[in-house]
Ligand binder design. Structure first.
Ligand code: PXG
Length: 463
C-alpha cells in the first residue's frame, strides 16, 4: 500500500511542500521561508498538526465541516461506494444511484418548489453553471438579450473565471483580466464600515435599492439575474440589516430577473436552518450549494433549480454544459450520508435549541471588550469588528488587516483557528460543537483579544 507521508518529521514535510506545492491565495515564496503548518488528523472540532499540537477549528476547515471531523459512517459509505461503483458519469443518458438518491434527498430538505439539482464538484463550478444556465433560460424564453448578472462588491462566489467575476473581490479581479463580460456590481450591505450616519435600517434599504437603480440603468431587458450570499462569508461575515433582504425580494419580484442565493457557506445548518434563504424567508430561483453538502468529506457542489427554471431549461433541448466529476458517485454517497446524519441526529434542531443561543450570547458578550466595535452572528457564523474607537466606528491608522493579523496570530498561538478579514475576526465552527467546546473557543478568543490590545497599545495603534 502506498503510505501517505505524514510520518515524516515536520521540517521534511515543510521542505517538500516548499519545493513542490503551490498554495492557493498564498505568497508561496514567503510561506516557503516561514514553513507551512501541516495538519495530519482531526476529530470532532479538534485538529492535530504534524508536531502533535491540537487546535480548535473555529472555521470548520473552510466553512465546510458542518458535522465535525471523524464521522466513520462517511468513510464507510465512501469505501462501500468505491467498491460498488467508483465512477460513472451522468452524461449521455445514464445515471447512477448515489446521484439519483442525493438529488431526491435535496428536493426533500430544500424549500418548496426546489425539486431539481445540477451537480458540480464545488461552489465555483456550480456558479459557473449558474451563469450559463440563467442565460440559457432567458434565451429559451425568447429573451436572449437578458445576459447581465448583477452581484455585489466584496461578495465571494468562487475562483474560476466565472466565479471570481461574480465575486466582488477587487484583489482577484486585478489578476488575470477579470471580470468577464456582462457582470455588474452594486454595493454591499456593510453598515458598520459604510453606513455613515444612517441607521442600520435606512442603510439596508439604501443598499437594496441600488439593485433597482442598477436594473433601470442597464435596462430590465438586459439583466438576467442577481446573485448574493444570504450572509457574506469570505467578505467577513457581514450580516445585512433586517430591511435588506425583504427589499431585495420586492425588487426581484417586481422586475423580471432571477434571484440566485449562493448558499455555499450558508447551507446545511450553518444559519440554524437548512438554508440561509430559510433564515431570511427569501424565495430564490437558484441556490448554489457545496461545502456543508458533504461536510467537506468529499468534493461536491451543485445548483438547485426551482421548478419554473428547471421546467424551461429541461424543455429547451441540450444544455451544452457539464463536468466529468459532477455528482461523482463517491462524493454523492458521502453527501447523502452527511445529510442523513444532519437529519436523523436532528443536528440543526438541537443547535437551535441549545448551542446556537449559547454561543451567540457569549459571542455578543465579547462586544464589551475594549477592542470590539460590533459583534455579528447568524447561526454559527460570527464576526467581531475591531476598532480603536467604539463611538466613532473608526478604523486603525495602520493598513486594514494589520491588527487582524496580530489577533489571528494570538488566536492560532492559543489553540483556536479564528480567521481575520481585514480587521474583522470571524468564526464558523462545526455545527456539532458542544457547550464545553464553545466555552473554550470564547475563552481563547477573549484572551487573544487582550493580547492583541496589549500589542497594539505598545505599537501606538490604540489611543
Ligand atoms: N460561493 C461561496 C459563497 C463561497 O464561500 C464558493 C462559492 C466557491 O466554492 P469552491 O468550492 O469552488 O471553493 C465559496 C468558497 C475564505 C474562503 O477565505 C472561502 C471560500 C473558499 C476559499 C476561501 O473564506 N468559499
Amino acid at each position: 500500500m502506498n503510505k501517505i507521508i505524514n510520518h515524516l518529521p515536520t521540517a521534511e514535510l515543510q521542505a517538500l511542500d516548499a519545493a513542490h506545492h503551490m498554495h492557493p491565495f498564498t505568497a508561496n515564496a514567503e510561506l516557503a521561508q516561514k514553513g507551512v503548518r501541516v495538519i495530519t488528523a482531526a476529530n470532532g472540532v479538534m485538529l492535530t498538526d504534524s508536531d502533535g499540537i491540537q487546535i480548535l477549528d473555529g472555521m470548520a476547515g473552510l466553512w465546510c465541516v458542518n458535522i465535525g471531523y471523524g464521522r466513520k459512517e462517511l468513510a464507510d459509505v465512501a469505501y462501500a461506494q468505491m467498491q460498488q461503483l467508483p465512477y460513472y458519469n451522468t452524461f449521455f443518458q445514464t445515471s447512477h444511484v448515489p446521484a439519483i438518491a442525493l438529488a431526491a434527498k435535496l428536493a426533500e430538505v430544500s424549500p418548496e418548489g426546489f425539486n431539481h439539482t445540477f451537480f458540480a464538484t464545488g461552489g465555483s463550478e456550480a456558479n459557473d453553471t449558474n451563469i450559463r444556465m440563467v442565460r440559457h433560460y432567458w434565451a429559451a424564453k425568447g429573451k436572449p438579450t437578458k445576459k447581465i448578472i448583477i452581484s455585489r462588491e466584496n461578495g465571494y462566489h468562487g475562483s474560476t473565471m466565472g466565479g471570481a467575476s461574480l465575486g466582488g473581490m477587487k484583489g482577484m479581479h486585478a489578476q488575470g483580466g477579470l471580470p468577464i463580460a456582462d457582470i455588474s456590481y452594486i454595493g454591499q450591505p456593510d453598515w458598520y464600515n459604510e453606513g455613515g450616519d444612517m441607521s442600520r435600517e435606512e442603510f439596508g434599504l439604501k443598499r437594496a435599492r441600488e439593485l433597482e437603480a442598477k436594473i433601470y440603468e442597464l435596462g430590465e431587458d438586459k439583466v438576467a439575474a442577481f446573485i448574493a450570499e444570504p450572509v457574506q462569508g469570505a467578505g467577513g461575515v457581514i450580516v445585512p440589516p433586517e430591511t435588506y433582504w425583504p427589499e431585495i425580494q420586492r425588487i426581484c419580484d417586481e422586475h423580471e430577473i432571477l434571484l440566485i442565493a449562493d448558499e455555499v457557506i450558508c447551507g446545511f445548518g450553518r444559519t440554524g436552518h437548512w438554508f440561509g434563504t430559510d433564515y431570511y424567508g427569501i424565495r430564490p430561483h437558484i441556490m448554489t450549494i457545496a461545502k456543508g453538502l458533504s461536510s467537506g468529506y468529499a468534493p461536491i457542489g451543485g445548483s438547485m433549480v426551482c421548478d419554473e427554471v428547471a421546467n424551461v431549461v429541461n424543455h429547451a433541448g441540450d444544455f451544452a454544459h457539464g463536468y466529468t466529476y459532477g455528482g461523482h458517485p463517491v462524493a454523492a454517497a458521502v453527501a447523502l450520508e452527511n445529510l442523513r446524519i444532519i437529519q436523523e441526529e436532528k443536528m440543526i434542531e438541537n443547535a437551535v435549541a441549545d448551542t446556537i443561543p449559547y454561543l451567540q450570547e457569549k459571542w455578543h458578550a465579547l462586544g464589551d471588550h475594549p477592542l470590539i466595535g460590533e459583534t455579528n452572528m447568524v447561526g454559527f457564523m460570527g464576526s467581531l469588528v475591531m476598532t480603536p474607537d467604539k463611538a466613532s466606528r473608526s478604523r486603525f491608522s495602520a493598513d486594514a488587516g494589520t491588527v487582524g493579523l496580530v489577533a489571528r496570530g494570538h488566536s492560532f498561538g492559543n489553540g483556536l483557528i479564528m480567521r481575520h478579514v481585514g480587521d474583522r475576526m470571524i468564526i464558523s465552527p462545526p455545527i456539532s460543537i458542544t457547550r464545553l467546546e464553545i466555552d473554550k473557543l470564547i475563552d481563547i478568543a477573549f484572551k487573544s483579544l487582550d493580547e492583541t490590545l496589549a500589542d497594539i497599545k505598545e505599537q501606538g495603534l490604540y489611543k
